[in-house]
Design a protein around this ligand. Structure first.
Ligand code: SAH
Length: 464
């Protein structure tokens, strides 16, 4: 980010602008939304600017701007569309230490003006650092359509209730009250009875919330998918939006944690395959403890919580403690990895079943029905399988597996650093060790990447 967005206090302070033509008019339209004292310096000004001056919306000086005019202003705009005049204003502004903007000139500006969606006091500022003004305009159009025009009014009424709402305890109860107001009671009362109906409806809502019995805690076991936030379910996003506490696994990516409600407490309960671990019993106890305090707990697990996720232990802990829970499924690593190689997990005439295996279990490398796995056409997806590669290879060959059977390893499926290793049972070791994969990886036995996908990737790599 080369430009940091801030909201500057301008009420009653001076903003100076040099210029009286079209560029000046465009900027003044925005500036007139503020409660600043706007001063325009222009020997010649368009009738629109003159009219604003006559209405008392701004002060118009019919002369060029001078150094003393800039002093003490909060912002200075160079809108003459003339390089020499612009440079003059920039020099004045630098001297007076006033942040300056040269219209349509990113390089010479100390700040830039964003596209604005105005639902005062709700203001959305959109910037692309000058890279894509068209995109900024289309985002603005989207937001204009999405944010009801009543939003500003509802927010002003809400503001006048902030003090009264402090009767509700800070945290979840107060949040729920405001959530109900902005999501339903506010817009509904406005739609039914106009401006006059909103304050009474809000007063009633507050009374209802003050007399309501406290809510019980709840746990959502949420699948976060393989890492790409686009692969979260809508329900997972809603749960993250409402969470008081998020307890997550090591494999849950930062981009997904960013989607949690800003005030939520985020707890890393990471368990590394062979390293540091939070004992399972501690995690179970932590989930129950937070839920018992009446909190909405989101237990966020990578992929699908029901696949190698130790879900049952945590669910049983909730049941034993009488805590309500729900399971929100997610996209498991095998689904994301098979999509990455353009294949499907089952295929008519090839395999009518697919096995999800773990490479290691509590006793070490996990044993499986190797004879069945070694049969031609079988497909297996091995989770946590990197270290077990040599063991798996040995067992498959021992049970008569064709050494040419394809093996594909997908590391970091769905993430920007996704990598695909295509090999065979005969060569999977040392190929896997040599590939030196550090991210989570899923191994397919019996699947090779689809030819077209390989070609597309090679083309992409050649272009880089
Ligand atoms: N519940 C998870 C699995 C947890 S076990 C799920 O449904 O996906 C952890 C293993 O999942 C890792 O060792 C790796 O084998 C696999 N895995 C998780 N995320 C992955 C990803 N983005 N790419 C490849 N494999 C992944």
């Amino acid at each position: 980010m080369q430009h940091f967005p801030v909201f500057m206090a301008v009420k009653g302070r001076r903003i100076v602008l040099s210029g009286g033509g079209d560029a000046a008019i465009a900027k003044l339209r925005l500036l007139l939304k503020t409660e600043a004292c706007i001063e325009v310096y222009a020997p010649e000004a368009e009738p629109e600017v003159v009219a604003w001056a006559e209405q008392g919306l701004l002060k118009l000086y019919r002369r060029g701007i001078e150094a003393t005019d800039v002093m003490g202003a909060v912002l200075a705009y160079a809108a003459d569309e003339d390089d020499l005049l612009d440079a003059r204003l920039v020099a004045f502004a630098l001297e007076a230490r006033v942040p300056h903007n040269v219209v349509d000139n990113l390089e010479d500006s100390a700040f830039i003006t964003p596209a604005i969606v105005d639902r005062d006091p709700v203001v959305v500022a959109i910037g692309t650092e000058g890279a894509a003004p068209v995109l900024a305009r289309s985002i603005k159009a989207d937001l204009e359509a999405r944010l009801p025009s009543s939003l500003g009014f509802l927010t002003r009424v809400g503001r006048s209730f902030r003090h009264a709402a402090e009767q509700l305890p800070f945290g979840r109860k107060r949040r729920e009250f405001w959530g109900d107001y902005y999501a339903s009671v506010g817009p509904q009362s406005y739609a039914k009875g106009g401006e006059g109906a909103v304050a009474p409806a809000l007063a009633q809502l507050l009374a209802d919330h003050l007399t309501a019995t406290p809510r019980k805690g709840h746990v959502d076991f949420v699948g976060s998918g393989p890492g790409d936030p686009d692969l979260l379910t809508v329900r997972a996003r809603r749960a993250l939006d409402a969470a008081d506490v998020v307890i997550h696994d090591r494999l849950v990516t930062p981009a997904i944690l960013d989607l949690a409600r800003r005030e939520a407490m985020i707890i890393d309960a990471g368990k590394e395959g062979f390293g540091e671990a939070t004992p399972q019993a501690d995690i179970d106890a932590m989930i129950v403890k937070h839920a018992k305090k009446g909190r909405h707990v989101v237990r966020l697990k990578s992929g699908d919580p029901a696949v190698f996720g130790r879900l049952d232990e945590e669910v049983e802990a909730c049941e034993a403690a009488g805590v309500s829970f729900a399971i929100v499924p997610g996209i498991t690593a095998a689904s994301a990895a098979v999509a990455a190689i353009g294949q499907s997990l089952t295929k008519r005439g090839r395999n009518s079943q697919v096995r999800l295996l773990t490479g290691h279990d509590v006793k070490g490398f996990a044993d499986h029905d190797w004879r069945a796995l070694a049969r031609p056409g079988e497909v297996a997806a091995i989770y946590m399988g990197k270290r077990a590669a040599r063991f798996v290879q040995g067992r498959l060959l021992m049970h008569g597996c064709d050494p040419a059977t394809p093996v594909t390893v997908v590391e970091n499926a769905s993430r920007p650093d996704q990598r695909v290793l295509s090999t065979t049972v005969a060569e999977m070791e040392p190929a896997l060790t040599e590939a030196d994969m550090n991210g989570p990886a899923l191994t397919f036995i019996g699947l090779a990447p689809r030819h077209a996908v390989v070609q597309a990737r090679e083309l992409q790599e050649a272009m880089l």
